[in-house]
Design a protein around this ligand. Structure first.
Ligand SMILES: [Zn+2]
Length: 397
């Protein structure tokens, strides 16, 4: 498997030893979590943003990815538009508001970025078929994405989803050729079912089990810099598993490492009031979020009670001097429908949380008035229009 010049292997976050790219099940020395590492001195900003980095999709940033674009399993994920939201700019009273519309990825979700990296790594194994089946638990979007990218390699995949998962996710997991198990209950039940129901060994595509899913999320940071010519001041990120916060924060830090920028922006994790383990841990000064005992959010994508990347997300927020806010479901859904009405972009319910978080900041007078603000829309509104429409009907519209 060809690897990029700057990639220095998978480093163990516990003992520091370095393992090859195709290591499975954590650090061979101590079992710790593995993280892609790079020789940053070998990367020039021009490698990322100059003429050689031209192309479509996030693989144009392969100078800071483990594998070259020529090896990528890709459907041109990334290169999503940064849409100026003029009404929101006026209403929030800031310099500029942009929506980074991740709904326009191949399967309509930001998770396509990481899945493309994870499956590219699988393709580089000596015998990818020996890894079958690939499996993960998902609230919906990542399961759909996994089925799509695994299908590209012709590998069998299982997505375990809770029964509440959106119909579009369930249907398209099968349409992409993936196998699906619908598990009664909530997301933790689906997560437990992977081990309970799969009789064989499997290759885990779970976030943070593979070192590559949150790694793929970091290209959001690179694209924001490429499109704005500078970093934004504040980025609102809907938060569930922690992989987006951890990944995007790493992307901002790497831009400092290679000398493209001097400082990182403020990153804000937004969670539902009724399921906010990462926000609660951040507010209480805990390193590791406690599982959320009684989740009750309409937004299934954000109902992750015991996030696999919870500690990583909290750590990233602290490193970047970030913030965390919680928002009511009605505000998230109301924000998503307001954006659809006035800004054209179809935000999913989870994406609406980013807009609701920005409104919360506005109401708390937390903006100074000249910021460039980015709202990350993590999913297409076309995935669950019923949830959005129900919200309007509930208001008599
Ligand atoms: Zn180790």
């Amino acid at each position: 498997m060809e690897q990029t010049p700057a990639f220095a292997g998978l480093g163990c976050t516990d003992c520091g030893s370095v393992a090859p790219f195709d290591t499975v099940d954590g650090c061979p020395a101590c079992g710790g979590r593995l993280e892609p590492t790079y020789e940053y001195d070998a990367v020039d900003p021009a490698d990322l943003f100059g003429a050689t980095a031209a192309g479509v999709g996030h693989w144009r940033f392969d100078a800071l990815l483990p594998f070259p674009r020529t090896a990528a399993i890709t459907a041109a994920e990334g290169s999503t538009p940064l849409v100026a939201a003029d009404s929101l700019t006026e209403e929030l009273g800031v310099g500029e508001v942009y929506i980074k519309d991740e709904g326009r990825n191949p399967t309509g979700t930001v998770y396509d970025r990481g899945m493309s990296l994870a499956v590219t790594a699988i393709a580089g194994h000596d015998d990818p078929e020996a890894l079958e089946p690939l499996a993960l638990a998902s609230t919906g979007n990542s399961g759909q994405s996994a089925a799509a990218y695994a299908g590209r390699l012709g590998l069998r995949s299982y997505s375990f989803v809770p029964s509440r998962t959106a119909f579009s996710n369930k249907a398209l997991i099968n349409v992409h050729g993936g196998e699906m198990r619908v598990v009664g209950g909530r997301y933790p039940d689906a997560a437990r079912a992977v081990d309970d129901q799969l009789a064989t060994d499997y290759y885990s595509l779970q976030e943070f089990a593979t070192p590559y899913r949150h790694e793929g999320a970091k290209t959001v940071a690179f694209e924001l810099y490429a499109d704005l010519g500078a970093l934004p001041d504040v980025v609102f990120v809907p938060t569930s598993t922690g992989e987006l916060i951890a990944g995007i924060a790493t992307g901002f830090e790497e831009l400092v490492e290679v000398g493209a920028v001097d400082e990182t922006p403020t990153i804000v994790a937004v969670q539902p009031t009724s399921c906010g383990p990462i926000a609660a841990a951040f507010e209480r000064g805990l390193d590791d979020p406690e599982p959320w005992a009684h989740p009750d959010t309409i937004i299934g994508e954000l109902e992750v009670t015991d996030p696999a990347g919870g500690a990583e997300a909290v750590d990233a927020l602290r490193r970047l001097d970030g913030e965390a806010v919680t928002v009511d479901d009605s505000d998230s859904l109301g924000s998503a429908t307001t954006v659809a009405r006035h800004e054209i972009v179809e935000m999913g319910p989870a994406g609406g949380a980013a807009a609701a978080g920005a409104w919360e900041w506005h109401e708390a007078d937390a903006f100074s008035g000249d910021e460039t603000v980015v709202l990350l829309n993590t999913e297409s509104g076309a995935k669950s229009p019923d949830v959005l429409r129900s919200h309007l009907m509930g208001q008599g519209i």
